[in-house]
Structure formats: C-alpha cells, structure tokens
Design a protein around this ligand. Structure first.
Ligand code: UDP
Ligand code: MG
Length: 317
C-alpha cells in the first residue's frame, strides 16, 4: 500500500464527507493505493455514524473510535500503530489542510528520501490571537530542538512508515513530532509550504492554554533527549556539586570552632554561623538529588523493554 492518511477528529461530523471525497479524488487521480484511518477521539456528535457511512461506500475508509476524549496525540498514536502504507500522512479533519498536497509530500518522502516532511502554513487563516503566540512558540522550539522548521504544529505532515512505528506520541506531544523523530534517530526532516484555509465548520478544539502546555512539554522533551537514558548523569552531577558545597561549609564551621577553642578565643555557637545553614541546606539538597537520580535510573531501567533504542537493522537466524 502506498499511503495511509490518518485523520484525528473530535466532533467534526460536518467536515468529514467533504474531506473523504476530496482525499478519494486525489488518490484515484494519482493512482495511489491507500487507506484513510479516521480516529474519532470520543466525539459526542454523530461523527462516528458519518465514518460508518463513508466506509459503506468505500472500503479504503477505516475508523477507530475512542470511548472518551483523550486528545490529539493519543489519536495520532493509535492511527500510527495501525498504519500500513509506505508513507503515512496526517491531516486535520476540519478542512484547513488540503489533500491536494498529498502527491508532492509522497514524492518528497519516496524520491527525495526525507524521513519526515512537515507542512508550513506560510499564509495562515487563523485569528491574530493565535498566529502571534505561534510565532514565538516556533522560535523557541527551533532553538531548543535544533530543527529548523517554521511551523512545528502543522497538522499536515508526511512520514516514512518506519518513523511512525518508532515514536510514541503521548500527552500533548503532537506539537513536537519532528523532535520525537529526531531523538529516535530520523534526521532527514524537510518542510513544504502548504495551502491553509479557514475553518469551514465548527470551531477550534484548543484554547490559549495550548501555549503554556506547549512550553512545559518542550522542557520535558529537552530533558528526555539529554538524560532519559542516563538520569544519574544529571542528578548525580547536581547532587555532587551541592554535597561538595555543603562539605566545604561544614569544614569552615568546624575548623573555625576548633581554632577558636584551642586559642581561647570567644566563639559563637556553630548555629550562629551562616555557613552552618548553608551546609545543612546543601547536604540535604545533595542527598535528595542523588535520590532523584537513583529513582530515575530505576524507572529508566524498567522502561528499557519499551522501544527506548530505535533499531534500524537487524540480522538474525
Ligand atoms: N482534535 C482531536 N482531539 C482533540 C482536539 C482536536 O482529535 O481533543 C482534532 C480536531 O478534530 C482536528 C485536529 O485535531 O481534526 C486539529 O484541531 P483544531 O482544528 O481544533 O486545532 P487548530 O486548527 O485550531 O490548531
Ligand atoms: Mg484546525
């Protein structure tokens, strides 16, 4: 099969027939073999009935329905697990992304050899309250991830199948799929300017909290990319620094006290010295950080059974 199109959707019943017809037209015009996987993220409207009726007309249409609303990332993840096409394309259900981009995206993956091609909504049809924070967000993401994309969160993306089988999109991490791919070792990441259109039916499913959450997730991912496999290298280092500072403070306090005693100089209680408190805080912090490191190591050791290392090739008997 050439292409799997994955469409995460939450209450998009009005858009679906139009989207399905458009995708079908593009696929038949280009003679692609394909499947469309609609992932219904717990819709409360009649999206699922619409998907069932689309399926009745065209066996290339497939669907999964969550029992409740989990979010766009779990929806994409579920689609990725089921995708069979050589190239996997994700697309929003609200008709803001154009299926006409599919042939060129397919060509960039199969002919130009990209692992991932991300859409870039150069000209956007969204309110200002969304486009301005988005610019800031993308600038930060570029710096932290080192990936030179203009539009990280574009719903329209294409992947080599290997990529989607080797990344785990959870929580709200769909904003950073290129980064997840890079951390899994897929470094050929490209960009294509895509048509963007105003939302035709319904309204956006994300509020402004998307930006706060976006930044928090970016910090998590940065931490993961650096230390997920070796948490002790971070916690152990910080812990050691704290502990050494604490130790120096203890030595200062103790040495001064002994010196004062042996020379019969009047000396304050050790608890009057600021170094006493520094020593106390630093040593407690140091111990806690080490504890964090050990716990991190335990967790990461238990996680090794899951796909922590992305194996590209293998020879077995
Ligand atoms: N979506 C989803 N689950 C959610 C929220 C959104 O599957 O909890 C889908 C939604 O139906 C759409 C896509 O994710 O197909 C993008 O959402 P939306 O258009 O609301 O986001 P925006 O275009 O405003 O960034
Ligand atoms: Mg949209």
């Amino acid at each position: 099969m050439n292409i799997s199109v994955i469409v995460p959707l939450y209450n998009e019943a009005e858009s679906l027939p139009e989207l399905a017809a458009w995708i079908t037209r593009v696929m038949t015009e280009n003679k692609f073999t394909y499947e469309v996987i609609f992932v219904d993220d717990g819709s409360t409207d009649n999206s699922w009935q619409v998907i069932e009726s689309l399926r009745a007309e065209n066996p290339c249409m497939k669907g999964v329905k969550f029992r409740r609303n989990y979010g766009k990332s779990p929806a994409l993840h579920t689609g990725f697990r089921r995708a069979q096409g050589d190239v996997v394309i994700t697309m929003d259900a609200d008709l803001q992304d154009s299926p006409d981009e599919i042939p060129e995206l397919y060509r960039m993956i199969t002919v130009e050899g990209y692992d991932l091609v991300s859409g870039w909504k150069k000209k956007r049809y969204d309110p200002l309250s969304k486009t301005i924070p988005t610019k800031l967000f993308n600038a930060t993401a570029r710096r932290v991830t080192g990936i030179k994309l203009h539009d990280f969160n574009c719903g329209l993306k294409a992947y080599r199948r290997d990529v989607v089988k080797n990344i785990e999109v959870y929580g709200d991490m769909h904003r950073y799929i290129p980064y997840l791919a890079k951390n899994a070792g897929f470094s050929r990441i490209g960009e294509k300017v895509v048509q963007h259109r105003a939302r035709k039916y319904g309204k956006t499913k994300f509020g402004l909290d998307r930006f706060v959450n976006g930044y928090l997730d970016l910090m998590t991912l940065w931490f993961f990319s650096k230390f997920a496999v070796k948490p002790m290298h971070l916690f152990g280092l910080l812990g050691s620094v704290m502990f050494i500072l604490g130790l120096l403070s203890v030595i200062t306090v103790g040495a001064y006290k002994l010196y004062a005693l042996s020379h019969h100089i009047a000396y304050r209680l050790v608890t009057d010295s600021p170094y006493f408190f520094i020593a106390l805080t630093m040593m407690i912090l140091g111990t806690l950080l080490f504890l964090g490191g050990f716990l991190g190591e335990l967790v990461s050791r238990n996680a090794q059974g899951r796909n922590t290392y992305n194996i590209e090739k293998e020879i077995t008997d």
